[in-house]
Design a protein around this ligand. Structure first.
Ligand code: NAP
Length: 284
């Protein structure tokens, strides 16, 4: 039987509707959630991501303000902008679009975002809180994956989960979130040997490597839940994930498409985090 498709687009629309209703309630108390976005350089994909995020903000009533910089921007200029955003009461969440130009120390810039406004959850304080099992802002893509799993009722406790990818923004935080839900988690990376023998054990398999068709049908346990985080642009300009979707959907129990799976959930979680930041602020 073909896998059940996990439709991130529909679930994201539901999440956004919930955010919109709560933004309206906050606005009645005179608080409008605000997002400050830093975009440095002229990476076309980054521009598209930022445009989509700002459009989603508009739809839900979140105020967003873009601060665009040339690729030649200095680290000091970015840090000064962040300092201003950190102390701006109209801004509740700050987003630094990655990648930053090569001459900028991205880690130093991300650490300059106030943890209370770090709605991407990339600050060491927020990653540490997640590691300690008391998460505050959770990185949006892993949070979106967990919401998809929860919504579909995929059992996690006691199940074998394999995450391919160990980045600080996807693989590692996602592995921690799966662990918190009592899955038995393995993290794979580019030095893992015989990837297929590991992935075939997985009841939940997440691919977050950025390698088109890395996961083939013979690497998937029948009935497994396969989550494709990867975004790869083919020579034909089309987007593809890390999973050979057509072949794997015949083996898996659940599968996310690309596009329309994890991507829309990432933006929905960003809006939710921005709303939480504004609600936290209003409660203080
Ligand atoms: P990243 O920082 O480049 O990390 C990729 C990870 O995959 C690394 O840990 C790397 O291992 C591992 N890897 C690469 N090739 C591998 C292979 N052949 N076998 C096993 N592991 C391999 O990327 P990222 O930021 O985590 O993003 C991963 C993918 O998700 C990208 O395609 C990105 O575009 C996509 N993404 C999508 C969303 C969304 O909203 N849909 C959001 C964020 C990212 P090493 O550590 O050993 O190098």
């Amino acid at each position: 039987m073909a896998a059940q498709i996990l439709d991130g687009k529909s679930l994201a629309a539901l999440v956004r509707a919930g955010v919109k209703a709560r933004v309206e309630r906050l606005s009645q108390r005179g608080i409008r959630p605000g997002l400050g976005v830093i975009l440095a350089g002229d990476d076309p994909a980054s521009r598209v991501y930022v445009r989509n995020k700002q459009r989603a903000c508009e739809e839900t009533g979140v105020h967003s303000k873009l601060f665009g910089f040339d690729a030649s921007v200095s680290e000091t200029q970015l840090l000064q902008r962040l300092e201003a955003l950190n102390s701006d009461p109209a801004i509740h969440g700050i987003l630094v679009q990655l990648p930053l130009p090569r001459h900028i120390d991205a880690a130093r810039v991300l650490e300059a975002v106030s943890p209370a406004k770090d709605i991407d959850g990339f600050h060491a304080a927020n990653l540490g809180a997640l590691l300690a099992g008391a998460p505050r802002f959770v990185p949006c893509t892993p949070a979106g994956v967990m919401r998809l799993l929860e919504h579909a009722g995929v059992p996690l406790a006691g199940r074998r989960a394999v995450v391919i990818g160990r980045s600080n923004i996807v693989g590692k935080p996602l592995a921690l979130l799966l662990l918190q839900k009592d899955a038995t988690v393995t993290i794979c990376h580019s030095k893992s040997v015989n990837l297929g023998s590991i992935t075939r054990e997985a009841e939940i398999l997440v691919a977050a490597a950025g390698r088109a068709k890395l996961v083939t049908a013979d690497m998937v346990k029948p009935g497994a839940c396969v989550i494709d985080v990867g975004v790869n642009r083919g020579a034909d300009g089309k987007l593809a994930g890390d999973v050979d979707f057509d072949a794997v959907k015949a083996v898996a129990g659940w599968i996310t498409p690309v596009p329309g799976g994890v991507g829309p959930m990432t933006i929905a979680m960003l809006l939710e985090n921005c709303l939480h930041a504004a609600e936290n602020e209003s409660a203080t």
